[in-house]
Design a protein around this ligand. Structure first.
Ligand SMILES: C=CC1=C(C)c2cc3[nH]c(cc4nc(cc5[nH]c(cc1n2)c(C)c5CCC(=O)O)C(CCC(=O)O)=C4C)c(C)c3C=C
Ligand SMILES: [Fe+2]
Ligand SMILES: [Fe+2]
Length: 355
């Protein structure tokens, strides 16, 4: 006798983006995003004042202007590229998984997408947060919200989460495959790996030992038990592994952290500090890879592709070339499929027979 078959859903989750590059939609998006206690981790009253008195009256107009510079006919780049990945992965996993993209903030919202998957009969979920590195404000927040929404129903489905993939060979090979020809064509004399930053406070809070993270200058240079889940150590590991694949010599690349918000210290070195330093050292043609992002977005296209380029050239550099992100590159699609299959888990003979 065969048991009723289980329908599996794959939930790809990215950060989120405004519905339109205008102050109103940007304000709505930022309000949801920055109200997340894993993003602005201060007491709720302090967060309310910070948001409503200092951030939301000013930032939406400025951010909307930045979004307008990179907005496409189909919409926000982050959504467009994440949709392209969703379609390619869905094609590859047809028959095995219902695949759907959700955004942690904004649309398509996690509750809506989960409801749609459930309406299609999905009763087992695999969740893949589309961030290579672990951070409370990105992957943890996406997982926490997913668990919260899934736990709302009477029956709570089985959920598997695909772990951080900062050192996954498929992810690294795909990024190297995208980067290699771009770096060659730009005749780059140096590569900058610019990762999204994090407040230093977040790093210390995520340190299970309480005494390793940021305690010494080189605490992220080597990965061990104490820092296996450290965002900055994972970023450095990604950079080292990509540098190997790209055959970059020691000294031929630099790691930095971009996109900081507010006045508290964020992880260093800062990208906007490193850029003029590289120009001053004589770097002329810089290639920038942003391996914290698997899809091009405001932070890659505008912050690096436009603003960092202007800053580097003003500081004396000749050119700054942004290496595109993975988007829906076929090697990345392969890697995602492998990550998902690897997290499938072995099925017992009877369950396998019932599928
Ligand atoms: C790569 C993972 C990300 C982490 C970790 C992260 C942390 C983090 N971000 C902010 C503040 C902002 N980030 C913004 C945009 C943005 N951030 C990520 C990814 C991570 N953020 C992406 C993919 C994007 C692009 C979104 C898009 O629409 O293209 C923004 C919004 C834009 C702006 O106004 O500058 C803010 C604000 C904090 C505070 C934080 C950790 C505490
Ligand atoms: Fe650390
Ligand atoms: Fe961010």
């Amino acid at each position: 006798m065969s048991l009723p078959s289980t329908k599996r859903g794959l939930l790809l989750i990215n950060l989120g983006t405004p519905d339109a590059p205008e102050p109103g939609p940007v304000r709505r998006y930022l309000r949801e995003f920055l109200n997340d206690p894993r993003v602005i981790d201060i007491n709720p009253v302090g967060r309310w004042f910070l948001l409503n008195l200092f951030i939301l009256p000013f930032r939406p107009a400025k951010s909307a202007e930045a979004y307008r510079k990179v907005w496409t006919k189909e919409g926000s780049p982050l959504l467009v590229y994440s949709r392209a990945l969703e379609a390619a992965v869905a094609e590859r996993l047809k028959g095995d998984y219902e695949v759907a993209l959700a955004m942690r903030y904004g649309n398509p919202s996690l509750p809506d997408v989960i409801a749609q998957l459930k309406a299609k009969g999905v009763s087992e979920f695999t969740v893949l947060p589309l961030y290579p590195h672990e951070a409370a404000s990105s992957a943890s927040s996406s997982l926490a919200r997913t668990y919260e929404v899934l736990a709302e129903g009477w029956d709570v489905p089985n959920v598997r989460a695909v772990p951080a993939f900062f050192d996954d060979a498929g992810f690294l090979d795909a990024f190297a495959a995208v980067g290699r020809p771009v770096i060659a064509e730009a005749r780059a004399d140096h590569v900058l790996f610019s990762f999204h930053g994090l407040p230093e406070r977040h790093m210390r809070k995520s340190d299970p030992t309480g005494q390793h993270c940021l305690a010494s200058a080189g605490c992220c240079d080597v990965m061990g038990d104490a820092n296996r889940h450290c965002y900055r150590a994972q970023c450095y590991a990604t950079a080292r592994l990509l540098a190997q694949r790209l055959a970059l010599p020691e000294g031929g690349y630099t790691v930095s952290f971009q996109s900081r918000l507010g006045r508290t210290p964020w992880v260093k070195p800062y990208t906007d500090v490193v850029l003029p330093e590289l120009a001053a050292k004589g770097v002329k043609r810089l290639a920038v890879m942003c391996p914290a992002f698997v899809a091009d977005c405001l932070e890659t296209l505008e912050e690096v592709g436009i603003r960092a380029r202007e800053q580097f050239v003003e500081a004396g550099g000749e050119s700054l070339t942004l290496v595109p992100s993975l988007n829906a590159h076929p090697e990345w699609v392969d890697a995602v499929v492998r990550l998902v299959r690897a997290s499938d888990g072995p099925l017992s003979t009877e369950r396998a027979a019932s599928r």
